[in-house]
Design a protein around this ligand. Structure first.
Ligand code: CTP
Length: 424
């Protein structure tokens, strides 16, 4: 339907980017589910057509009754979002207008058309993402492959289109890693050398806002980190990022040495155990372990720059204080009840962040608190106390607290001893 709308107006429409790549990679026997579709409109010759992408999006919105429409930039790009449309399912469609010069000849002029779609594709990250499939007549279904993307798809290579690609957009380093690990491709050697050059030339300073703040870059880095750290392949991706020294984009001093790698994996096992329902944002927690490995004075700033959630920033800012308090206080505590009281001041994420980086004896105590001591129940609960004639109130709470302390410290272990303890 989008093609018909474009043809009616004398425009060309192309499917571009990830959708073309995924269609070409897909098993021919299986249906491909596209949730994110990028389209480019092109081939017009009147400057009035500059809003073609938006016009087409509006037409589709009318045809498919609904969908949320967002317009970005100077009327150049439109995004349409459907949640569970009966025909379309959940679908994002981005429609961009190819940047084009206006020529005084008909739209069908193939040179004009080819030059603007080519230009649009040339601005993209990798050859495998710079393929286009024509959706309009004539030659509907034709693949436009100006940069050897098809060959790279076949030989499984992640290759940039030009030497400056990573300098122009350092977040592409993370994208290269993401695609390489996700698709099982290799980062082509020349492309790898461009990555290493970009890192060695201090490109990460751009992201960290040293040359004037660059919030857009930080936002993009955050979304690439999220993509990677929530994917099933996050471990090999992290290793590849480290191997390319790309973790410096998070902070110049960040290195995935053996100790950090051990911490990251232990932390992940803790997350699986203590938060199987995934109520915490696991990708963000993984990022927190990396940031927690930095010297305390950098943690809050890095978390802030990456625009992590407020509680995550606060946790990282206060982690050093919490760790020092736990380490110092614990060594002087002998009673289980005192240890529980200390631990209860901190939430689960803070405790596991500290557990993975601290010494073994302290880790063991945190572990026992999280697995056992935190769940110890008193032999008498609130209802039992009511049945014994106690009225809810301040004293009631004190009795419950005292019972818990006595239980934790092994002074009582059944109803009789608990009742005798209260009477005393
Ligand atoms: N793109 C780019 N440089 C970036 C981000 C995106 O050139 N830093 C281009 C690529 O051509 C990419 C397209 O924009 O194919 C769409 O971006 P995105 O949706 O992020 O990537 P996809 O390739 O669709 O990947 P995925 O399947 O993971 O969504």
């Amino acid at each position: 339907k989008a093609s018909r709308q474009a043809e009616k107006r004398g425009w060309h429409l192309y499917l571009v980017g990830g959708a073309v790549r995924d269609l070409l990679l897909a098993d021919r026997q299986k249906q491909v589910l596209l949730e994110d579709i990028d389209l480019v409109v092109d081939g017009f010759h009147k400057s009035a057509d500059v809003g073609a992408g938006v016009e087409l999006a509006k037409a589709l919105q009318t045809i498919y009754a609904g969908g949320r429409l967002e317009v970005h930039g100077q009327f150049q790009t439109a995004a349409l979002l459907w949640h569970k449309n009966p025909d379309l399912g959940s679908l994002w469609i981005d429609i961009a207008t190819a940047r084009t010069e206006f020529y005084p000849y008909p739209a069908a002029n193939p040179e004009v058309e080819a030059s603007s779609i080519r230009q649009d594709l040339y601005r993209r990250d990798f050859t495998i993402n710079a393929l286009a499939m024509r959706l309009t007549n004539p030659r509907v279904g034709e693949l436009l492959d100006f940069f050897g993307g098809l060959l790279d798809l076949q030989s499984q290579q992640i290759r940039v289109l030009h030497a400056n690609s990573f300098i122009e957009d350092p977040t592409r380093i993370y994208r290269a890693v993401r695609f390489a690990v996700r698709l099982g491709f290799e980062i082509e050697p020349q492309t790898e050398s461009y990555i290493r050059y970009a890192i060695a030339s201090g490109i990460y300073e751009q992201i960290q806002g040293k040359n004037g703040r660059a919030p857009a870059l930080e936002t993009r880095l955050k979304s690439e980190l999220k993509y990677i750290l929530q994917a099933p392949y996050w471990k090999p991706a992290l290793q590849l990022l480290a191997n390319l020294e790309a973790l410096r984009c998070i902070h110049p001093s960040l290195e995935l040495d053996e100790n950090l790698w051990w911490q990251v994996r232990l932390f992940d096992r803790c997350l699986q155990k203590f938060d199987p329902q995934k109520t915490l944002e696991h990708w963000q927690m993984r990022l927190e372990v990396l940031i927690a490995y930095l010297a305390p004075e950098f943690r809050g700033k890095v978390a802030n720059n990456l625009q992590l959630s407020a509680d995550s920033i606060e946790r990282l800012q206060n982690l050093d204080k919490a760790e020092t308090n736990i380490t110092k206080t614990l060594s002087a505590l002998e009673l289980k009840s005192e240890i529980v009281q200390l631990m209860r001041q901190y939430n689960l994420p803070t405790l596991i962040l500290i557990a993975v980086k601290t010494s073994r004896p302290i880790r063991q105590k945190i572990w026992r608190y999280l697995t056992e001591w935190n769940y110890i129940k008193t032999p008498l609960n609130g209802n039992d106390l009511k049945a014994l004639g106690y009225k809810p109130g301040k004293q009631f709470k004190e009795i419950l607290d005292t019972l818990l302390t006595a239980t934790l410290d092994g002074k009582i272990d059944n109803r009789e001893s608990a009742e005798a303890f209260i009477a005393e």
